[in-house]
Design a protein around this ligand. Structure first.
Ligand code: GMT
Length: 376
């Protein structure tokens, strides 16, 4: 099949999922065209993968560059000249409406190309709820040839926030278990935990929804009971504020800000516990990737996280903002070798339920269905 994928090329989970999906499809022999404004960070060279850059010219009349229109034109161009069978857009805004416009334009050339919209979370739970987007999102979801959501929780949220009548199919996010390992790097551990302290890690884009300050607060509570160090990976709007807070707190001497990394899992695999304090997460791909490295998770009982993390087996959950319980949960997991080993095994076992081999066929089956429907 010839598939066009549209996504955000940055460090966010939706871009990671879209890119890994495209790479896996290419590996199975499909031809995959990525259409994005920059090269996706996880994109690797492959003979079946092609990258088309969406370039918006800087015309002085435009205070706001019409990105969606340029994306639409690029979709039309790639679909016509590369013979796309299907467009798969990740993140509703503005990709779903661009795909719908492209579909209409392609129809005027006598070519019908179906499109699938995959909802990832903030396109529905945060940005998407802004009334200035609502009619466009509702319309383009209704007109998609299929809509998927990455968790049951996100599916429920979508029906709660949008007057949708159509079916939404849940296809969860995935990890390729073959590429993740529990492989603590002794040099890395010696650098960040020289006295064999427990090593905690958080990975995010440091947006307000992640509540990174709670990571630091729970860590400070835990350190009163257990020698520990904390690695913070990623960057974003909240980083400077959190870093400033830490600079004025001697308890934060064992907190290390590592910034953006292209392969954070290489560091995560050397850690003992992954901490996720988000207000909400439609899925929590970072938590799944940590579990695939054999690293258990403490997180909040919110959004799709209870579908990903099994409380008591692959991690422990608490209520949003309850950093005391989260610190106590961290201590329960880290208190001795037996507990650490049990949760590590639970993390690996749970992550395997989301292995690429289980999830990829769900997308391929959907593609076949959608293409067959339009041919019928
Ligand atoms: O979490 C973010 O800020 C990034 C965002 C994105 O769109 O890239 O992540 C969302 O999609 C991921 C992939 O499906 C999910 O794993 C994240 O849980 C979801 N984020 C939120 O719901 C806050």
């Amino acid at each position: 099949m010839r598939i066009g994928i549209v996504c955000y090329p940055t460090f966010g989970g939706s871009g990671v999922v879209a890119t890994e999906l495209g790479m896996a499809l290419a590996e199975k022999g499909h031809i995959v065209h990525f259409i994005t404004y920059d090269r996706p960070v996880r994109l690797r060279d492959h003979p079946n993968v092609f990258y088309h850059e969406v370039r918006v010219s800087d015309y002085p009349l435009f205070d706001y560059q019409p990105y969606e229109l340029v994306l639409t034109s690029k979709l039309v161009d790639v679909a016509r000249y590369e013979g796309l069978d299907l467009m798969h857009v990740h993140y509703a805004i503005p990709h779903a409406s661009a795909a719908w416009m492209a579909q209409r334009i392609l129809a005027s050339y006598g070519k019908f190309v179906p499109f699938i919209t995959t909802l990832h979370g903030t396109d529905i739970t945060l940005v998407g709820r802004d009334p200035s987007f609502e009619p466009v999102i509702t319309f383009s979801m209704e007109r998609s040839n299929a809509v998927t959501a990455v968790s049951e929780s996100l599916k429920r949220d979508t029906y709660a926030h949008f007057p949708l009548k159509r079916e939404i199919r849940v296809i969860p996010n995935f990890v390729c278990m073959d590429t993740y390992r529990h492989s603590p790097d002794p040099a890395l551990r010696a650098r960040y935990a020289p006295n064999d302290e427990a090593l905690l890690v958080h990975v995010s884009n440091f947006r307000a929804v992640k509540r990174v300050e709670d990571v630091v607060s729970m860590f400070k509570l835990l350190r009163k009971k257990l020698p520990a160090r904390l690695l913070l990976i990623g960057d974003g709007p909240e980083r400077q504020r959190i870093e400033n807070l830490c600079r004025h707190d001697s308890a934060c001497e064992s907190v290390h800000f590592l910034g953006k990394m292209t392969r954070p899992e290489e560091v995560v695999a050397s850690c003992d516990l992954f901490v996720l304090t988000s207000e909400t997460e439609s899925f929590g791909l970072a938590a799944l990737e940590a579990m695939a490295c054999g690293v258990p998770v403490v997180c909040n009982k919110t959004g799709g996280l209870p579908e990903v993390v099994v409380h008591g087996r692959s991690g422990l959950m608490s209520e949003v903002g309850d950093v005391e319980t989260m610190a106590a949960n961290a201590l329960t997991i880290l208190r001795d070798g037996e507990s650490r080993a049990r949760f590590r095994a639970g993390a690996l076992e749970q992550a395997a339920n989301f292995d690429l081999d289980k999830v990829l066929p769900l997308y391929e089956a959907l593609y076949e269905e959608v293409v067959a429907e339009v041919k019928a």
